[in-house]
Design a protein around this ligand. Structure first.
Ligand code: ATP
Length: 894
């Protein structure tokens, strides 16, 4: 169908849509049933069976299975079946772990899926992109990603970048009129908007003509599929480390077997024990547990209102040393109300907060009727005309539909009894040049009843003053002399010092209504200023303080006036004594080197444009900082991408900003960034905790065997016991450590150096020393009991087994703290308590339940033996208390 050749009405009729009211819900359901949901088909998922089998592809597991087969053939059925069962359970555990990791990653993708604004039953609403149907009427504006193929029915300075489809990176100017001709390529269909392309400027409305795989993008979708999974730097490092550990474990195991055989042990028993030891000691499960810890952390972060879009960001979060935050909406509430209005040297105060259009106008402490104040009325009228925000009453509450700055102007005008409908009966809107953060103004062209055209501009006072050559003073148009300029600047300064955000309003009569933006926005007549409050978010001050304690600097970046920005930065504790405030102009005039020189002293950047953000990020990064940068608009995307942690706003953010980001704030709130950083630090620490636990346990397991062989002793543990320890004692508590709460001082430490390895800050020492001690005490327990009952080897082996298990289970509580076991309440982490108690219980069952005794080669232990076991098992943890809090760790505190 050649939609681009048709007139809009023709498209509406063909597709059976209604441009006035949109589709109704039943129709949408019917159409989605007919054409399918609006989504591109995903690449084939990995087969579940294959995923399960993958758990067994590990070399040592294969060897173990072969060994089991041999023992089965030799008639050791019980051993063979038990080992098989344990390997199977291990595989199942790995399988479920991976499935869980995959599922939570998928859920994340769903959460960050784009939304589309559609007209349904006469009302605009946001729906997930997949619920868009053919015939839906869709609204989009700068920064949105187009959700389906559409014929454009309305456009206002609309430009769309279609490189995803055509490869052409320059945006295309879009229009509504039909395009006729032969072989019109996609790039030339200027009245169409295609799925996957991005609105870079202006706004528009379109009617959907194709969805899902029927779109132009759908036809090339196969080419776009990539199933690549991103792994984090830590995971990569662990993978490399894993390889080294495998070699070390294999060498040690080989030594155990070789020495054992030389000492006269039975080859077959040694072989089985060796292979089991290798399986147990190789930390093959580490990467999977790391993924789970990361994804569980990510789930917790969602509860705290931040969505991680790129997994590696979780790690980088813990390294962040500077947060560059937008002001409006992130540090402040973005709930604006006009409180002060200036015109012709007079200041009116406006009472009433929020969006309820009720309030009084007060001049010199006296209530005034705004209709008697000519300049005030004009200012309010033009403020409402050059404006797209509406205030609507929903369930008894006044709510804003549109931009808060514009909403404040609308409410102020409504307080004086003006309404948009009333004004539109006197003025016709001809054209709009939308607001953008670069120009910092917006203009509309209107025509009055007599057909006279005007340009009305509103914007940042300094910008509007620059394009004005006259001022309306007491109803007369005066030349904008330095004296008048001083008057206006004085008023702006006064308002800004009270932390008000200011909008200047100006106008000019036009000869005709067909003018360019440049023409419209020059030689204007300034009417006055409206100043609005935007209160700080109550939780931000404490969050800034907490970040400071954590060695993280907060920097405010705003398009607002220097004085306004400074006033708010002071209120929030962002600007310290002696801290610098830099404005956009000064920033533009600086070279990169000059900025780098002072960047550490600057806390507020005001009147900046989005492209300045990139310069700031780069200067900070050159100074060695790890930078988190927030943003919402299309122009923020490069800075978001370049920063170490790009953060997009969930509510006000555009699709483009979200796609460039690695973290999305669901509530646009600065305090959420702080929580995310805290969580990021905690996740990393938890990963260190279970690495420490698992590796120390492995070291202990290998050493007890190695030392016994060197000393010419019998085997202290049999194969199945080693496998059991690996599965139950190591696995369960390690997972619970991944869910541990942060230590109290997690936000009192300096940010982590991104170059530091996982084992930095004394972790190696802890692993080796604890592992060594666990091995030694197990051996001592074995030797003592074996010497007492030299004829009862299984008895000594059972004691060794119990000592090893208990030593590890006590040690796990030590792993929760960087300092010592006494710094934390063991009952804080109930998952861990339950994991440890279950491990103890399972061990008791294995020891005391006769049918399992046969399988696990255990025997009934005399209760008095437990004194010895528990006494020795607690030594590795308690012997070294106090030696841990090294000087290095003290240096790490802020
Ligand atoms: P942030 O603090 O999040 O960077 P900001 O709101 O301070 O954002 P911009 O949105 O770029 O920065 O606004 C810059 C200036 O432009 C404001 O101080 C205001 O004077 C003016 N302005 C803001 N919104 C509008 C609008 N809709 N129409 C006209 N002028 C506007």
């Amino acid at each position: 169908m050649k939609w681009h050749e048709m007139r809009v009405e023709e498209v509406e009729e063909r597709i059976n849509s209604d441009l006035e009211n949109g589709l109704n819900d039943e129709e949408v359901i019917k159409r989605i049933e007919q054409f399918g949901p609006n989504e591109l088909k995903e690449a084939e998922k990995q087969n579940v069976l294959l995923l399960f089998l993958e758990q067994f592809k590990d070399f040592m597991v294969v060897v173990l299975l072969a060994a089991t087969l041999i023992s089965g053939l030799l008639g050791e059925y019980i051993d063979a079946i038990a080992i098989m069962a344990i390997v199977l359970i291990n595989g199942l555990l790995g399988f479920f772990q991976e499935r869980k990791a995959e599922k939570s990653l998928h859920a994340l993708k769903e959460l960050s899926a784009p939304q589309v604004t559609v007209l349904r039953n006469g009302e605009w609403k946001k729906v997930p992109s997949r619920e868009v149907a053919v015939g839906d009427v869709v609204k989009f504006s700068s920064g949105d990603r187009i959700g389906a193929d559409m014929r454009i029915v309305k456009s206002s300075s609309l430009e769309i970048e279609e490189s995803a489809l055509t490869g052409e990176s320059l945006p295309v100017v879009k229009k509504e009129s039909p395009i006729v001709g032969d072989n019109i390529s996609i790039g030339d269909q200027e009245n169409m908007a295609f799925m996957g392309t991005v609105v870079t400027r202006g706004s528009g409305v379109g009617v959907v003509v194709a969805t899902g795989m029927h779109t132009a993008m759908g036809q090339i979708a196969d080419l776009l599929q990539s199933s690549e999974t991103i792994i984090t730097p830590l995971q990569r490092r662990l993978e490399q480390l894993g390889k080294i550990l495998i070699v070390v474990a294999l060498i040690l195991t080989f030594l155990v077997v070789a020495i054992g055989v030389l000492q006269g042990h039975d080859i077959y028993t040694m072989f089985l024990a060796g292979v089991s030891l290798a399986v147990a000691a190789i930390p093959e499960g580490l990467p999977a547990i790391v993924t789970i810890a990361l994804s569980l952390g990510v789930t917790r972060m969602i509860k705290q209102k931040s969505i991680v879009r790129k997994l590696p960001a979780v790690e980088t979060l813990g390294c962040a040393s500077v947060i560059c935050s937008d002001k409006t909406g992130t540090l402040t509430q973005n709930k604006m109300s006009v409180t002060n209005i200036w015109s012709s040297g007079k200041v009116w105060k406006v009472s009433g907060v929020g969006y309820e259009p009720k309030g009084d106008f007060i001049l010199e402490n006296k209530e005034m009727n705004p209709n008697n104040e000519k300049p005030l009325q004009q200012l309010l009228t033009f403020g409402l005309l050059c404006n797209n925000a509406n205030i609507v009453k929903k369930n008894g509450h006044y709510v804003l539909d549109g931009d808060p700055t514009e909403g404040a102007l609308t409410v102020a005008a409504m307080k004086a009894g003006l309404t948009r409908e009333g004004l539109l009966s006197q003025f016709k809107l001809v054209k709009e040049f939308p607001f953008d953060s670069e120009r910092k103004m917006m203009t509309v062209i209107v025509e009055d009843k007599q057909g006279k055209a005007f340009a009305i501009t509103k914007g940042a006072p300094d910008v509007v003053m620059d394009v004005s050559n006259s001022i309306l003073w007491d109803g007369r148009k005066e030349t904008f002399t330095p004296k008048f300029k001083d008057e206006v600047q004085g008023a702006v300064y006064q308002f800004a010092s009270d932390a008000l955000r200011n909008i200047a309003i100006a106008f000019k009569p036009l000869e005709n209504n067909n003018v360019s933006q440049f023409e419209a926005e020059k030689d204007l007549t300034l009417i006055g200023i409206q100043g609005m409050i935007d209160p700080p978010r109550p939780e931000v001050q404490a969050a800034v303080k907490e970040c400071k304690a954590a060695g993280i600097k907060t920097v405010m970046i705003t398009g607002d006036h220097v004085v306004t920005a400074k006033a708010i930065a002071l209120q929030l504790g962002i600007l310290p004594f002696g801290g610098k405030v830099l404005d956009g102009k000064a920033l533009s005039n600086m070279t990169d080197d000059e900025l780098e020189e002072i960047v550490d002293d600057v806390y507020v950047y005001a009147r900046v444009s989005p492209q300045h953000k990139l310069k700031i990020v780069k200067a900070l990064q050159r100074k060695g900082h790890i930078v988190a940068m927030t943003g919402d608009g299309v122009n923020d995307a490069p800075a978001i991408k370049a920063s170490d942690i790009g953060i997009a706003m969930g509510i006000t953010g555009t699709d483009v900003a979200k796609e460039a980001s690695s973290l999305v704030l669901l509530d646009d709130n600065f305090a959420t960034i702080k929580s995310a950083i805290k969580e990021g630090r905690n996740i990393y620490e938890n990963i260190r905790k279970f690495i420490r636990y698992l590796l120390a346990s492995n070291v202990g397991e290998i050493l007890v065997m190695l030392f016994a062989m060197l000393m010419g002793l019998p085997l202290p543990l049999v194969a199945i016991q080693i496998l059991w320890v690996n599965l139950v004692t190591d696995g369960l508590p390690a997972m619970a450590l991944g869910l541990d709460q942060p230590e109290d001082d997690v936000m009192k430490r300096k940010p982590r150096n991104p170059k530091e390895g996982v084992f930095a800050r004394g972790l190696w020492w802890k692993i080796i020393s604890r592992g060594f001690l666990i091995g030694i005490v197990t051996l001592i327990a074995f030797v003592i009991v074996y010497n007492q009952n030299p004829d009862n080897l299984p008895y000594a082996q059972t004691v060794a087994f119990a000592t090893l298990v208990m030593a590890q289970l006590i040690h796990v509580f030590d792993c929760r703290s960087e300092k010592s076991i006494f710094h934390r309440n063991p009952f804080e982490n109930m998952y861990l308590v339950v994991a440890v108690l279950s491990s103890v219980l399972l061990m008791l069952i294995v020891i005391y339940y006769p049918p399992l005794q046969t399988i696990f080669h255990t025997v009934y232990l005399d209760p008095k033996e437990w004194l010895l076991i528990l006494g020795l098992a607690s030594l590795p943890t308690f012997l070294l208390v106090g030696s841990l809090f090294t000087r290095k760790q003290k240096e790490n505190m802020v």
